[in-house]
Structure formats: C-alpha cells, structure tokens
Design a protein around this ligand. Sequence first.
Ligand code: AMP
Length: 198
Amino acid sequence: MIIVLFGPPGAGKGTQAKRLEERYGLKQLSTGDMLRAAVAEGSPLGREIKDIIDGGHLVSDDIIIRMIDARMDQADCQQGVIFDGFPRTVAQAEALDAMLARKNKQIASVLLINVDEQELYRRIERRAAEAAGKAREDDNAETLKKRLEIYRGQTAPVLPFYRQKELIAEIDGMAALDTVTAQIEAVLEQHQQAKKRA
Ligand code: AMP
C-alpha cells in the first residue's frame, strides 16, 4: 500500500506516519528526515542543501526525485510506504506517478491533514521549546512563515492533481492525536476492504 500524507508544516504528518508504520507494516519515507540526515553526515549533498533547508526553501525537484527513486527500491519499502513531506511540487507529483508506473505500483490514498495556521504557529513553537536547545533550525515563527508561503504557492497546487484522480481523503488535523489516527485508519481500512472485494 502506498500512502501520501499531505498537509502544511506542523500538521502532524511525521507523528501519524510513525503510528501507521507499526500498525500496517509500512515504511515512512520522510524526505525532510532524509535531507536532515545528509546534512548531519556532512556529505557533499548535505553541504549543498543545508542553507536551503534552514531558510525554509525547497530543495530541487531533481535531488528529491532521485533520492526517492533509489530509496523505494530497497527491501524495507516493498511492503508499502507512507510518503511524509513528498511530493511537495507538481513536478514531484508527476515524477512520482511515472516512477510508480515503472515499478508497477500505485497510490492508494492521499490523506490531506487540515490544520489552521494559528494552530501551526503554536505547534512549531511548542516543538522548538520541547527540543530544548536542539530544535530544528527551521522550527521558528519566522521560518514557518516562509515555509507556509511555499506550501501555499508550490505545494498546495499538487492537490488538484490528486483531486482529479479522486485520491484525496480529508482528515481533521485539529482533532486530538488519537482521533486523527482513527480517522486515517478508517480511510485505510476502507481501502483494504475495497481491495479484498476487487
Ligand atoms: P519537513 O521535515 O518535511 O518539514 O522538511 C524540512 C525541509 O526539508 C523543507 O522545508 C525543505 O527545505 C526540505 N524538503 C523536505 N521535503 C522536501 C521535498 N519533497 N521537496 C523539496 N524540499 C523538501
């Protein structure tokens, strides 16, 4: 099963992805985590992208697509994956489609986690405070403003692409954590039932 978790920064994609990983035996593929790991390693790629990430801008589609293509072929992704923070542009969504067609796979559902902006600021500030000095460089109100602009300008336009394919399920991300998980699980159960009947 291939799932896309979609939503603005701070919507809870990472938290929910980790819960689904255990429950459904899927692999979370967070492009943000993969990029931060490259920065932490100090690899040439990491050095190239550090300032981009810290400023809340997007890393180039080319780098992201190559990274995901290689990662999807590894053994731990064969049961299925949860994309977290990918695709973030229409070009990435189109490349993902082509990539999955080549690998004979398809997206089961795109879960759009809706959270209002005021709440996103509260969450990012809380996340930074809880990280106690080890906060992500991009977890602050100023960079969140930039990340939200980019979400609206470059990432939200991916939604019509998936809407047209009737893949979107809307999730109320303002609800309590467990309620959000339950909403997502209900969508995935439905999908699994439909697949069994097919
Ligand atoms: P995230 O952890 O998903 O919030 O991502 C953190 C940062 O990594 C983003 O603000 C971007 O700079 C970069 N990034 C993560 N995923 C992508 C992607 N799919 N395309 C471009 N840049 C990305």
